[in-house]
Design a protein around this ligand. Sequence first.
Ligand code: NAD
Length: 452
Amino acid sequence: MTLAANRLNGEAAALSPAKETIPSYSNEINKVKETVIARSPYEIAQEQFFYAADKLCLDDGLREILSVPQRELKVNFPVRLDDGRIKVLTGYRVHHNNARGPVKGGIRYHPNVSMDEVRALAMWMTWKCAVVNIPYGGAKGGVVIDATQYSQRELERLTRRFTTEISILIGPETDIPAPDVATNPQTMAWIMDTYSMHRGKGITGVVTGKPINTGGSLGRVEATGRGVSVSAREAAKTIDLPLAGTRVVVQGFGNVGSVSARLMHELGCKVVAVSDVYAGLYNPKGIDIPALLAYTRTTPNNTILGYPEAEAISNLEVLTLPCDILIPAALENQLTEQNANQVQARLIVEGANGPTAPEADHIFRDRGILLVPDILANAGGVTVSYFEWVQDRQAFFWTEEEINRKLVDVMANSFAQVYSISQREKTDMRTAAYLLAIGRVADATSIRGIYP
Ligand code: NAD
């Protein structure tokens, strides 16, 4: 190390506070990974696209355009840790397609982030925005880290540096990030502030999912879970499943999972099991979700681990428990050929992106299990992100009641459209959602034409 570098590291160490020790979840993730089939989410996303493109008899040129991302950026960037050391991190930002408007998509902090994962998530964002008919294309980003191993000051520094690295792509009229796994409103505030500092003025519309006092929208934190609960309610009607007393299982207890569980509980359902990366909980009589939420506010990393009013089970077991509605709200590739036959739910509502492998999709189709796909079920988040962006642009903010009403309208209308395509085409809901989405994006792409 050079003298100058030594001095820099020493100065940083002197300034840094001691870091709180928090358990890593990387080991838990690896354990879970070993039990599911290794399959690239990008391969899955392409397979889903080609399946629907065949049904649409999509023109060869359009197939080629839409099957790959438009733009991909990989960055390796240094971050100074609290103990003075420098660590080089890797991050990605991918744009899939911008034919219908600026691209939009979350930023994920997770050890399993890879270019292929970000490509898949960007592609799903394009279809998701098209299904709910909001004027955006799809993007996604991520940094390869276990966020639980970084202090708040380190997270702030790495977020600001990553923002600077990807600032050649992001902007309120080009690419608007939002929260995803292990990022939150605070992360979005840092991104917005960094971008604004570079431009010498506040630019709130560069990012959504911000805290309310920095141009955020009421209802955004709950929006994805609210959309999931509306999808579940609409889907339950189609199979004559009354919600009162209906048994619900939720995998993942973060932003999407915990809000979905709370809203299903409020709709009168009995949430019998939930899980997070550390643990699973089962109580056939129903878990008191407000009490569990209060408990998670007292635990490290807000885990459900150790909650006393339920039986502790493994987090993979929750997927195959007796229940009526299953809401996977954690990560990709959780429902696979290995466990799809053991799933007991009548209805699956995908809160997470890509939780179901195509083999499992076929099994659910054959078993007559109704599945509301991610690109429809979890579109509530991007819908309220769109509302936030519109409010920022007009500098005029709506009431929470107005936002929730508009969100419920978008979700219920989109569900009805996809359901009617599935009935008309005698196909499953995922294929129907793809037919609707790809049709809209292909149409925009061909009307705009190929430049030059
Ligand atoms: P989050 O970081 O808030 O929560 C993730 C949760 O999943 C945590 O409780 C974590 O412990 C749990 N988890 C991780 N691995 C697990 C495993 N193997 N088994 C059980 N639980 C596990 O993230 P989030 O924002 O809630 O995102 C969850 C999913 O929803 C992701 O697929 C994300 O892309 C998708 N999604 C999020 C939004 C949004 O607005 N945040 C919108 C649309 C889709």
